[in-house]
Design a binder for this molecule. Sequence first.
Ligand SMILES: C[S@@+](CC[C@H](N)C(=O)[O-])C[C@H]1O[C@@H](n2cnc3c(N)ncnc32)[C@H](O)[C@@H]1O
Length: 357
Amino acid sequence: MLAPPYTAVELWLLDHLAPRLLDSARALYELMPRQRGGQLPLVDVPYRPMSEEHWAEAARIADYVAHAPAGAQRVLDIGPGDGWPALPVAAARPDLLVLGVDPSPLRVQVCTANATRMGLGNARFVVGDGAALPFEASTFDLVTAASSLEEASAPEAVLRETLRVLRPGGVLRASSQDWRLGVPGFETVLLWESIADGQAGEGRAGALCYSYVSRVQDPPRERRYTLILDGSEAARALHQEALLQVAVGRRAYGETLLDDSLGIAMLERLAPYTRASTVVELQRWSTPALIEALRRAGFAEARATVHPGELGRRFARELLARGAMEPFVPLFEDATRALGTLAGSQVGDAMVTGVKR
Ligand SMILES: C[S@@+](CC[C@H](N)C(=O)[O-])C[C@H]1O[C@@H](n2cnc3c(N)ncnc32)[C@H](O)[C@@H]1O
């Protein structure tokens, strides 16, 4: 089902646990109580101007908003997770109708609950695949996507569908993880707790999970294997032990780099307590490859810009380092809007814009 080559850990997993091949929505996002473990980006926490992360977040939202063409009415957010950027964009522009589409029913539920809590009547969410959008052609003025294009099983089909549902003159503004690893590949391990136990539809709370991730530069792809453990005391103790090791390990991409004790040695100990195992394979893009894919999909214009979040973060970091943030606190909204608007016009290699003729 997966093409070679395999790492030693993958070979062990394929031989011993026969993981089920799933898409990312079913393998990961259906099981996560919250995206990114409650880290930023936040959908419903008030901005704190003394935090550089919040400058980054606000600038990113301002950037999306600035890409809505004049007279825009409808925005589509592909793969909103917990509602990002759909919800902050809807909050910033009450005159726009923002729709979010995500194949994970759980994510759609979370987004809808967040919209209700935030009192946003102009944000709605539907279950659907970006590669087969449940909308008529030329329906949207702006399509946003944050770290979601590359999570689809057929990302090029998502780009073609995006083009179809954009009206002429409509804009796609997207961020994706830039897959220039700088090394041929590396492996990481993640210990986490899922909202369900992996038994489709039952939705019982709280199963402990172990994920092994193999990232490869060429061809650019990621494979993520997840073991869903049973609820025994022994499994809980092992999970806790691995969690402590992960907490002190060296990190990359927000995860802990594999070391011997967390790899096959840990898998041999976890295997007796494994109730289900899954694998998801994702095609990855560098920014230049994404620009090429936009052109192939038929976008008339495709360009890469600097990252508004990076711009916002650097600006705030500089002010904080100089002890000069205080006077900017009342200007937070205007300043982040300016940074966000600026980012889209600055040539760079982080976020991408595609325009339909
Ligand atoms: C890394 S999360 C990003 C969530 C959110 N945009 C954010 O930045 O916090 C990726 C999201 O893409 C969704 N996704 C996966 N496959 C998809 C597809 N084929 N079409 C649309 N969304 C998809 C996942 O369910 C998940 O919610």
